[in-house]
Design a protein around this ligand. Structure first.
Ligand code: M6R
Length: 611
């Protein structure tokens, strides 16, 4: 939520910042702004996407070697020019960008208003900035001291970066609860919410920790904690290539990411799955196997699409490992005082590794003694660092706001984790284990085959693009796939869609069925096949339109459905990874046919770092 970029060094700051902001637009695109320091602060900001900011700055003075930039996902105050970041302090000397929420901003604002401060925006950011300025002026403190004092009183989450007219060779940043990466160049530093704005300049990065303040000059990076003690920056090498964050000839990142799935799933399996030896090797899991295999209960904590992956994992783990599993929305779990026993294990699933609710839910569970196992995509992210053990999904950067390749990579990793545990616990036969290893190994090819239907699905999208509602149904392993299909359609095409267990539709949703309602069945051949055929009949009897994801060659459903989306045959436990593909494509093509910006759907942001 909100992307920040800052630069200090020998280059012109503006082009570095604007290019970086474009890479971070997936985090929010309600407004964008830049402040440059060069004989005073030059401030440009505009409602809308970064392109609108660029138009505003045409022909303006953009000279400066130090600057900060922001792309916003609105929390406090509507999307508008005046609420756009950066904000200027009352005396005009400080400019600041912020990602996060200052929860006690109202109280601080009242205090400042009593002191005569006037505000020009509705944001919590402007309040924090003036709070810092006020401390600086009243105490005669340096900016760094004032910041330290202010942050001790602040409740909430933040990454902030400040520039100061009186210190034109220094950037000051601080972090708590939101991500901040610092790229280290030769005589220059780059700051950003993730590594994508940095990767083309340097591969050496430092991930700033919570409660750290960074004082950055072109040639120097000093990290301190809030107690003013120096911290040693831990420099890491970025494992990210520029090509991975560009569209590579596709119209949208979402389409690129859908089509990347054969290779992302392959990357996820590579070096881990060995069908010849009959082994799965994931050191993060192996090294903690004693705790994991003896868990009394597994709690899966996640949000959105990652929560859907968790639901599928629940079915897989209970089936293979015979350990009870509960799947929790992180946002509910963190507030409802859950009962966590010593032997409980938490599996956290997150693409970004920064989702605020998931992060806090894990912190709480960790304090209560739970073992945390992270299934995370972004390397070095907060959730990855907080976990005791884990496995990265290796899907590469996912930039489209709608999650696609991260979901199938999560399912792949979670299945491997379940298989490792089941083997250790002796809850799976050797034959079944080897069969599933082979099935996993074939997934990249089967996904590739499923993608061949893209053209057909594009045509189908034109047929259904104007519907106002859709129902998605599935049973067993395919029920969460139905939920995920419905979520994708909502996000990208703004069509109201609901996912349900197919049998449950008789308890309410069937009342919606008439000749105008498309019902998408995820009906690949599995244990429930005959039952789902009956459910299709029930919809047809009420004149609903049936679109069915089926196993190739399924003539029975082909004869019944209005439209079918065939996918290659797979074991029912593995099938969700494949049956998801046509649903991703259907949502994508409907969104495009409706003329929407599918990479940046309205009101959404890729990484939800506010609760
Ligand atoms: O980064 P995370 O996996 O923790 O994100 C969780 C959700 O915000 C995310 O899956 C969201 O639902 C996506 N927009 C779904 O496409």
């Amino acid at each position: 939520m909100c992307g920040i970029v800052a630069y200090i060094g020998h280059r012109q700051a503006y082009p570095v910042i604007v290019k970086g902001l474009k890479r971070l637009e997936y985090r929010g695109y309600d407004s964008a702004g830049v402040a440059l320091l060069n004989h005073g602060v030059k401030l440009y900001k505009k409602k809308g996407k970064v392109a609108a900011l660029e138009e505003t700055t045409l022909g303006k003075d953009l000279d400066g070697h130090i600057g900060i930039g922001h792309t916003r996902w609105a929390t406090h105050g509507e999307p508008s020019d005046r609420n756009a970041h950066p904000h200027l302090s009352a005396n005009g000397k400080l400019a600041m960008i912020h990602n996060g929420i200052i929860e006690n901003y109202a109280l601080l604002k009242q205090e400042l208003i009593k002191k005569g401060y006037r505000f020009h925006s509705d944001t919590d950011t402007e309040v924090l900035l003036n709070f810092i300025e006020d401390i600086q002026e009243n105490n005669g403190s340096t900016l760094e001291e004032a910041l330290r004092i202010a942050l001790k009183r602040v409740v909430g989450a933040y990454v902030i970066v400040l520039i100061d007219k009186d210190n034109p060779d220094t950037l000051i940043a601080a972090r708590k609860g939101s991500p901040l990466v610092i790229g280290i160049g030769k005589g220059e530093h780059f700051l950003a919410s993730d590594a994508s704005p940095i990767v083309e300049y340097t591969k050496e990065v430092v991930y700033v920790n919570d409660y750290e303040i960074a004082i950055i000059k072109p040639d120097e990076l000093i990290l301190k904690n809030l107690g003013n003690e120096r911290q040693t920056p831990f420099i890491q090498k970025l494992d990210l290539e520029l090509a991975a964050i560009e569209k590579g000839g596709y119209d949208h990142f979402m389409l690129k990411e859908i089509f990347e799935q054969p290779s992302t799933i392959y990357d996820c399996l590579r070096g881990r799955l060995d069908v010849i030896q009959g082994t799965i090797t994931m050191s993060g899991i192996r090294n903690n196997m004693d705790k994991i295999k003896n868990a009394n209960r597994i709690l899966i904590v996640a949000c959105g699409t990652s929560w859907h992956a968790g639901l599928i994992a629940e079915y897989v783990i209970e089936e293979l490992c015979r350990i009870p599993v509960e799947v929790e929305y992180a946002s509910e779990f963190r507030y409802r005082n859950p009962i966590i026993h010593k032997g409980d294990m938490i599996i956290a699933i997150s693409q970004s590794g920064e989702t605020a609710d998931t992060l806090v839910a894990l912190e709480n569970a960790k304090e209560q003694g739970a073992v945390i196992l992270g299934v995370v995509n972004v390397v070095g992210s907060s959730i990855a660092r907080l976990s005791h053990a884990g496995a990265y999904t290796h899907a590469g950067p996912e930039i489209g706001v709608a999650s696609t390749k991260a979901f199938t990579a999560q399912l792949t990793v979670l299945t491997m984790v379940a298989l490792m545990i089941a083997k250790e616990r002796n809850t799976i036969t050797r034959d079944r284990y080897l069969h599933l290893l082979n099935e996993l190994n074939e997934v990249p090819e089967k996904v590739k085959k499923a993608l061949e239907a893209a053209e057909h699905i594009q045509k189908l999208a034109l047929k259904y693009k104007d519907v106002s509602d859709a129902l998605y149904l599935g049973r067993g392993y395919n029920f969460p796939v139905a939920l995920e299909g419905a979520l994708k359609l909502k996000e990208i095409s703004y069509i109201h869609a609901e996912g349900y267990p197919a049998a449950e539709m008789k308890h309410g949703p069937i009342a919606l069925v008439d000749e105008s309602l498309p019902v998408v069945f995820v009906a690949t051949r599995d244990t429930y096949h005959e039952k789902i055929i009956s459910n299709i009949q029930e919809i047809k009897a009420r004149k609903g339109k049936v679109i069915a994801v089926i196993t190739e060659g399924d003539e029975i459903i082909t004869a019944m459905a209005d439209d079918v989306l065939p996918v290659p045959e797979a074991d029912e436990l593995i099938a969700p990874i494949i049956s998801t593909i046509p649903l991703q494509l259907l949502s994508y093509y409907i969104g495009v046919a409706k003329g929407y910006d599918v990479d940046k759907p309205r009101n959404l942001a890729k990484s939800v770092t506010v609760e």
